[in-house]
Design a protein around this ligand. Structure first.
Ligand code: FES
Length: 246
């Protein structure tokens, strides 16, 4: 017999602050292979057209459907309702600016993070559109590709203890970005220049090592390994900096 699910969903519109935030309940019969994406669309189509949430790809690629599912950051399009209890509580991801109900603005957060970490290859070489592609060792290219798999869903940031208490923390996603450019031989930044960006408590030294980022990453990116790599590099850069000053 089909299971009846009870959804308790956070409702709030920041543009209508007179209406207080509240939890609203909906009931829905579970279908075979139902994901939260399917469930939320059914609720919106059949019960409440005002319900706000985001989806684009439905395939864990675009990163827009992150939300708190029973208190845990997750991608709604990748979460099967059969893996959840009868009662499902949905909240928007914390840390990010709330746009309404389950919709948050991860775009602005990731844009400021990209600017702050200088998320592009820094090279003094003049740009020549006719130059042949620079060759790269396959193994290194794969290592870089592994770090480029981040879909910017924000689950690691929302689940991070430090990011939840300090809004200036660069987050695991930002530190992963730094690790990616540190690995890239085309990026001419020195360890000291990277240190100026993330060698602080708002950067790598603010990480408490609680591992939630890695546990919650829907793409299984080995974040803690990358954070440890950045931490080692930055500790060495700090030492060299102090030694140079002495
Ligand atoms: S809809 Fe694209 S990641 Fe879920």
């Amino acid at each position: 017999m089909a299971r009846t699910l009870t959804f308790s969903i956070f409702r709030y519109d920041p543009c209508a602050p007179a209406v207080a935030p509240r939890m609203q309940e909906y009931r829905l019969e579970q279908l075979d292979g139902m994901t939260l994406f399917i469930a939320l669309n059914k609720l919106r189509e059949e019960q409440d057209p005002t319900l706000r949430f985001d989806f684009v790809c439905r395939a864990a690629i675009c990163g827009s459907c992150g939300m708190l599912v029973n208190g845990r950051p997750a991608l709604a399009c990748k979460t099967l309702t059969s893996a959840l209890p009868d009662r499902i509580t949905l909240h928007p991801l914390p840390v990010f600016r709330l746009l309404g109900d389950l919709t948050v603005d991860t775009g602005s957060w990731f844009r400021q993070m990209a600017r702050r970490t200088g998320s592009w290859v820094h090279s003094g070489k003049p740009f020549n559109p006719h130059a042949p592609e620079e060759r790269m060792d396959n193994e290194l290219a794969n290592e870089i590709y592994e770090l480029d798999r981040c879909i910017e869903c924000g689950c690691c940031v929302a689940g991070c203890g430090t990011a939840n208490i300090r809004e200036d923390f660069v987050g695991a996603a930002g530190l992963l970005r730094i690790a990616r450019f540190m690995l890239d031989p085309r990026d001419e930044r020195t360890p000291r220049q990277f240190f100026e960006v993330v060698g602080t408590d708002e950067g790598i030294f603010g990480c408490l090592g609680l591992m939630a980022c890695q546990d919650l990453c829907p793409k299984q990116i080995p974040l803690q390994q990358q954070l440890a790599y950045v931490r080692r590099k930055m500790a060495r850069a700090a030492f060299e900096k102090d030694t140079a000053r002495a």
